[in-house]
Design a protein around this ligand. Structure first.
Ligand code: PLP
Length: 463
């Protein structure tokens, strides 16, 4: 299929060589402060998403990625992936509507929520989003009533005990011992079961999780074939880590997965294989910068953090930093996604102190990092946190009236030119204008102005 490419005007195109993220964050801070702002912000490197897509295509060539947009519904990311040709995993009417709005055809959407609201199924039917998962009898009854022609994908429960960041098997998946009974029910209802899916859990930490689940999918597949279903689709779910410091790498998973797919679903069988990666595409693309809005120094051994304890000469102080995004905002991933935040600072000091990092709300639960070692920082300085793209802004609230961070989109020029070649000349015109402006003025011109950056990378990276 030929894809219609449409460039995203809010993306700032950065001429090569692309500065490191530390430098980019510093530049944004300078521009922000020049406007008198201290608000938290994210930098989203759209090029990082593109690189992930390319790595996927190279290392898992038989598997079509359907981005699980629940992970981050940012329209720039969704648009970029749509333009690249990705499919989408949607879990609700709202997500289906978001993806259709980007011009994605319904064949590139799977409604991958085994427990769906009836009116949402009707909405899927109305928009011809016919591929959907199920894992229980009641769901089949509902689907029979409102969308009898749906193409059904049985979600099985991977039973192997492997380490994952977030379990999903406690909520979803048909146990292998129940597969026969469930597909017999589908047969009785004259429904069209055409695929098997699984989800190993979000943020898989052992690659064998995938190979074991593929074998289980094969067993369930055989049961469906024996029952007379025309089976054509395998959906290997999500779970692929996306952060730079993941315990297993994508190439490691791909090697094990390709072997399992070639063993149980060899190419000559002609099975369509899709996947539902979420965090893989977005985690590393986002870096969040937050301002230190308050600070309290306490004696390290003090059990109460009232700030009144005397700090003696022999007692190294411990610093509590309060920043302007927290667990009710982007750092909700700490509560909901079992994530760990990593604070980086701009400092040359070799000294490190026991520190903790807190969000801006009045809630004592709003703690980002309970303990870490950081150089001493002052109010008004900044911290930044890498790998903030997955399950962060998607579920952030404005509790206590705290604003969500703004997002600055960037993309290196070579990647942008490759995905949107027809827009190169337009950009070059911008280049001649923007090269006459200094960087803070370009930024002050606003995020919706497509601008080009030529500043040399003069500050050394501390990443
Ligand atoms: N598919 C389904 C059905 C999910 O529930 C999830 C996450 O919860 C995903 C895909 C995406 O998982 P991940 O972000 O780990 O790739």
């Amino acid at each position: 299929m030929k894809h219609k490419f449409s460039p995203i005007s809010s993306v700032e195109i950065i001429a090569d060589p692309m500065p490191c993220m530390t430098q980019l964050i510093q530049d944004k801070i300078v521009a922000l402060e020049a406007r008198g702002s201290e608000d938290a912000f994210c930098v989203c490197d759209v090029g990082d998403v593109v690189k992930k897509y390319r790595a996927w295509k190279e290392l898992l060539p038989r598997v079509e990625p359907f981005y699980a947009c629940k992970c981050n519904t940012d329209e720039v990311v969704v648009k970029t992936l749509a333009d690249l040709g990705a499919g989408f995993d949607c879990a609700s009417k709202g997500e289906i509507s978001l993806i259709l709005k980007q011009g994605v055809p319904p064949e590139r959407i799977i409604y991958a929520n085994p427990c769906k609201q009836k009116s949402f199924i009707k909405y899927a039917a109305k928009h011809n989003v016919d591929m959907m998962t199920f894992d229980n009898e009641m769901e089949l009854v509902k689907i029979k009533e409102v969308y009898p022609n749906a193409k059904l994908v049985l979600r099985i429960l991977p039973t192997s005990q492997v380490k994952v960041q977030c379990q999903l098997g406690n909520k979803f998946g048909c146990h292998p011992t129940n597969v026969s009974k469930l597909v017999a029910k589908a047969k009785e209802l004259e429904l069209d079961v055409m695929g098997i899916s699984f989800h190993c859990g979000s943020g898989v930490q052992e690659a064998r999780a995938f190979s074991l689940a593929v074998k289980q999918a094969y067993d369930a597949w055989q049961i469906c074939v024996q029952m007379g279903f025309n089976m054509t689709l395998l959906d290997i779910g999500g779970g692929f880590p996306g952060q730079k410091s993941a315990p297993i790498s994508f190439p490691e998973i791909a090697t094990i997965l390709n072997d399992a797919l070639d063993t149980y679903f060899p190419p000559e069988k002609g099975v369509r294989i899709i996947s539902e990666p979420g965090r893989y595409f977005v985690a590393s693309a986002y870096t969040l910068a937050a301002n230190i809005i308050a600070k309290r120094t306490v004696s390290r051994d003090s059990s109460d953090a009232d700030g009144c304890s005397e700090v003696t000469k022999n007692d190294e102080p411990s610093h509590m930093y309060y920043v302007n995004d927290g667990v009710y905002g982007s750092f909700n991933c700490i509560l909901y996604d079992h994530a760990h935040a990593e604070a980086h600072v701009f400092s040359d000091s070799p000294l490190r102190f026991t520190s903790s990092v807190w969000g801006p709300t009045c809630d004592g639960l709003d703690c980002i990092i309970k303990e870490c070692r950081l150089p001493e920082m002052e109010v008004g300085q900044w911290m930044y946190f890498p790998d903030m793209g997955a399950y962060t802004i998607a579920a952030g609230s404005t509790f206590n009236g705290m604003p969500r961070p703004s997002i600055n989109y960037i993309c290196s020029q070579d990647i942008w030119d490759e995905i949107y070649p027809e827009h190169c000349s337009a950009k070059r015109r911008c280049e001649s204008v923007s090269s006459e402006m200094d960087y803070p003025s370009m930024m002050a011109a606003g995020p919706d102005v497509m601008s080009l950056r030529h500043a040399a990378n003069s500050i050394s990276c501390i990443e």
